[in-house]
Design a protein around this ligand. Sequence first.
Ligand SMILES: *[C@@H]1O[C@H](CO)[C@@H](O)[C@H](O)[C@H]1NC(C)=O
Ligand SMILES: *[C@@H]1O[C@H](CO)[C@@H](O)[C@H](O)[C@H]1NC(C)=O
Ligand SMILES: *[C@@H]1O[C@H](CO)[C@@H](O)[C@H](O)[C@H]1NC(C)=O
Ligand SMILES: *[C@@H]1O[C@H](CO)[C@@H](O)[C@H](O)[C@H]1NC(C)=O
Ligand SMILES: *[C@@H]1O[C@H](CO)[C@@H](O)[C@H](O)[C@H]1NC(C)=O
Ligand SMILES: *[C@@H]1O[C@H](CO)[C@@H](O)[C@H](O)[C@H]1NC(C)=O
Length: 285
Amino acid sequence: MKLYTVCLCVLWCLGMVAGQQYAPPTFLWQSLVTPQPYNTGYIYSHNATLKYYSQDFQTVYMSNDNFGHNERVLINLGDACNIKNYNDVQALNNFSIQQFTVSQNLMGLVSRGGCDSWQVKLNNIQSLGQFFQLTGVLLYDNVTYPQSQLIQHNPSTTNTPTWPSSFDPPQRNISLMLDNDLRNYSSYLAVYFAPNEFGTAMLGKLNAYSFGPTVSIAQQQYVQMATYFQEQAMTDNPSPTSSSNGSSSDGGGSLFDTFVGNRGYIAYLVAAGAAIVFGTRKSKT
Ligand SMILES: *[C@@H]1O[C@H](CO)[C@@H](O)[C@H](O)[C@H]1NC(C)=O
Ligand SMILES: *[C@@H]1O[C@H](CO)[C@@H](O)[C@H](O)[C@H]1NC(C)=O
Ligand SMILES: *[C@@H]1O[C@H](CO)[C@@H](O)[C@H](O)[C@H]1NC(C)=O
Ligand SMILES: *[C@@H]1O[C@H](CO)[C@@H](O)[C@H](O)[C@H]1NC(C)=O
Ligand SMILES: *[C@@H]1O[C@H](CO)[C@@H](O)[C@H](O)[C@H]1NC(C)=O
Ligand SMILES: *[C@@H]1O[C@H](CO)[C@@H](O)[C@H](O)[C@H]1NC(C)=O
């Protein structure tokens, strides 16, 4: 009975955490991969790996991306306002969903707009969890701003752009978007916001085909993506046969680096940790 109460408290604390404001990604790492036969993994395409930077990259929910291991394959989910089942997703992806896609962690590429509620979008995406391992969402703006910049660098470059301390115009800030009704919402999905230019660029890379070095028929390529919260040099061309992103360390740096300036989060984590220990001790009696 007491353990149950403690568990509820932990869930409540974690729910509160989910709604906090997180640090924006420093950059988004993006590559193209070709699935290997018999679902034995994938190979990286040559000269297809980039780092993207934008002031408009913002974090809605970080989930556990700060611990790294967040490489995901991108699938198109349209505006996600009415998406209900597997076939809806197939249609939005030109029927390119295959066994490979289903076995990977996925990031849904979702356009802002179509409905004035991000909750509706996330509810629909979470209900697709019965078909797909959707663990992330990249929501891109339906509005373009001349002030918004999208910069791309080779992965080995560590030249982080500096951005103004505020948005011009302020509406580029997700906190001021009226359709962002996620403040009291909790989600296991990592959710990021990106400028329209980035969403459009990624849409253009979906459903690409390439002739690999050893095959004579064109093979479907998939977009792979990961968020990083600290600058780091990475391999320009991850070895085609390695199943890694070419980085020597994970995407997050240390827990405390990531949460600098967000002490409330740490307080909740400590409280949640203490509650778990307390609950475990109690349950042994
Ligand atoms: C990869 O990029 C380098 C540098 O831009 C270029 O010299 C090379 O030809 C490219 N290789 C392929 C296979 O496209
Ligand atoms: C990148 O690859 C490394 C080495 O395989 C792995 O530890 C790390 O989790 C990967 N990072 C992401 C963001 O997937
Ligand atoms: C963009 O989406 C918002 C939120 O749904 C909506 O109010 C706005 O009209 C849309 N703008 C365009 C240009 O589609
Ligand atoms: C975005 O808006 C929030 C809430 O008004 C504010 O605290 C934050 O500083 C803004 N961020 C930027 C980069 O302007
Ligand atoms: C979130 O919940 C608080 C307290 O219940 C409420 O005052 C606030 O209006 C809610 N915010 C949103 C955006 O729903
Ligand atoms: C859809 O897939 C077919 C092959 O199945 C391809 O020929 C076509 O170019 C693709 N269309 C788009 C818009 O990606």
